[in-house]
Design a protein around this ligand. Structure first.
Ligand SMILES: *[C@@H]1O[C@H](CO)[C@@H](O)[C@H](O)[C@H]1NC(C)=O
Ligand SMILES: *[C@@H]1O[C@H](CO)[C@@H](O)[C@H](O)[C@H]1NC(C)=O
Ligand SMILES: *[C@@H]1O[C@H](CO)[C@@H](O)[C@H](O)[C@H]1NC(C)=O
Length: 450
């Protein structure tokens, strides 16, 4: 199983200033809701690859595949999901309370040309039978995804957008028919490929109103898994920002213009392609995904930040309680920072409404005000901190420390994730190359209560 932490999708809210300063002030605008994320904002993908799938002299998949393929001598192409295996998987999904998106083979029935193009109509027979079986067993599928990496120039295979549009129309009709008596109505997501503006626009336009409910695309902005510079890329704030933002903006525009009924999803992400890079599937990523689920609500808050590009900050409403959760990522190996968190409510009060978000102002502010909530009693309030680091100071380690203690499965179960407490108004210290989730239970954020 590869856990895909959608860090790159968080492009929305990072504040980066040109000059680097060790004193960081994060001002959270508690009344300014920037966006809402889905409950399933961070997800995991179960892939098909067998133990024999290797890239760059590594074979990272082991027994992690969704099916234990009985491969022939070389091919993985023989792999079939047996109904018995599907039953087993659904038992697992049910136990874990998983929300399932299942990807259907969109090449079935087509013919391939020499140039990688696949032509002809999709044959839906096998998908129909599979979905019928799924419904008959009462297995819950939240969304059916059509195809994998066939858009634009494709990866190994591609299909034209016009043809794809015809096929998603057929799949939509199929879902409507098969789920007509069902109280759940799974959505259709497509195409799960690399973003190509023209291809995506055409797909939306030709398939038409309400057919593609979510437009999925894959983000592997770190390039190939054999890149020896991968560590420096992961830690380079400019690289991380630059590679994602243009694409997300274009995707958003494409949806607005050609299919406003559709939502934008990142179907796969998390770093490097071709089985990723073992360095990008670290313990840190897995635990971050888990903590995200436990601590992050849906509302994304706007922040203002001054200081260093090497500290990334994201503020969301806390999950199922009042207050906010701040995610801080320290990409630095050397800069000494200290992070002060403020509520813009107080900034407004303190400055009589005349705000200036420049550095000079923020520096004076730091000396003059120091509270999170509005009430004097808030001074005594504590925040919860979850600091994640790699073992032995190695952020790429598989072993992860939570607040300094190694986190290990206990009888196959995830141990309790225990925070440390600190006075809410003291500066937050985030270790080099580490990730911190910080919950401010008393932070007044209007946008979170409405
Ligand atoms: C997966 O396949 C391997 C051999 O490739 C086998 O040893 C193992 O028992 C299989 N596991 C499951 C769960 O089928
Ligand atoms: C689709 O596939 C099924 C089963 O694999 C086959 O029986 C059927 O003839 C195919 N349909 C078309 C239109 O090729
Ligand atoms: C980030 O790591 C650097 C490197 O050691 C450290 O000096 C700095 O204090 C850390 N930043 C924060 C916000 O704690």
């Amino acid at each position: 199983m590869i856990l895909q932490f959608l860090l790159s999708a968080l492009f929305l809210i990072t504040g980066i200033s040109a000059d680097e300063s060790p004193d960081i002030t994060v001002i959270v605008r508690g009344s300014d809701l920037l966006a809402e994320v889905d409950d399933s904002f961070v997800c995991a993908t179960l892939d098909w690859w067998p133990p024999e799938k290797c890239n760059y002299n590594q074979c990272p998949w082991g027994q992690a595949s969704v099916l234990n393929l009985s491969t022939g001598l070389f091919g993985f192409s023989q792999g079939c999901l047996s109904l018995a295996r599907w039953d087993e998987l659904n038992l697992l999904f049910e136990k874990g309370g998983a929300i399932i998106t299942f990807g259907l083979n969109a090449l079935n029935g087509r013919d391939s040309l020499d140039n990688g193009m696949w032509v002809g109509n999709w044959n839906s027979t096998n998908s129909r039978e599979f979905i019928e079986y799924t419904i008959s067993k009462g297995y819950q599928v939240d969304s059916w995804e059509f195809g994998n990496e066939l858009s634009g120039r494709g990866v190994g295979a591609r299909v034209s957008a016009e043809q794809y549009a015809q096929d998603v129309i057929e799949l939509k009709a199929l879902l409507k028919e098969l789920y007509r008596d069902s109280h759940t109505k799974p959505i259709l997501v497509a195409p799960g490929g690399f973003f190509d503006q023209q291809w995506y626009a055409q797909l939306l336009q030709d398939s038409g109103l309400g057919v593609v409910d979510a437009l999925t695309h894959h983000v592997y902005n770190l390039g190939g898994g054999d890149d020896s510079h991968i560590e420096s890329k992961i830690l380079n704030p400019w690289y991380l920002s630059q590679t994602a933002t243009d694409k997300f903006r274009n995707l958003q525009l494409t949806i607005e213009r050609h299919g406003p009924w559709s939502r934008a999803w990142v179907g796969e992400a998390g770093g490097a392609y071709n089985s990723g890079n073992r360095q990008t599937k670290t313990g840190l990523m897995k635990l971050s995904a888990l903590l995200w689920h436990r601590l992050m609500g849906k509302g994304v808050l706007s922040i203002d930040m001054s200081g260093s590009s090497y500290l990334r900050a994201y503020a969301l409403c806390a999950k199922r309680k009042s207050g906010i959760t701040l995610l801080l990522i320290n990409l630095s190996t050397s800069i000494k920072f200290s992070v002060t968190v403020r509520n813009d409510l107080n900034v407004l009060l303190a400055e009589g409404g005349g705000i200036q978000w420049g550095n000079a102002f923020i520096r004076t502010l730091k000396r003059t005000v120091s509270w999170i909530g509005r009430k004097a009693s808030d001074e005594s309030v504590h925040r919860e901190e979850y600091h994640l680091t790699g073992a032995d100071g190695n952020c790429l380690s598989q072993t992860v420390l939570l607040n300094g203690n190694p986190l290990e499965l206990v009888d196959g179960e995830i141990p309790q994730l225990v925070p440390v407490y600190a006075p809410a108004n003291s500066p937050v210290k985030v270790d080099p190359l580490s990730i911190a989730f910080v919950v401010f239970p008393n932070f007044e954020a209007q946008a979170c209560s409405s």
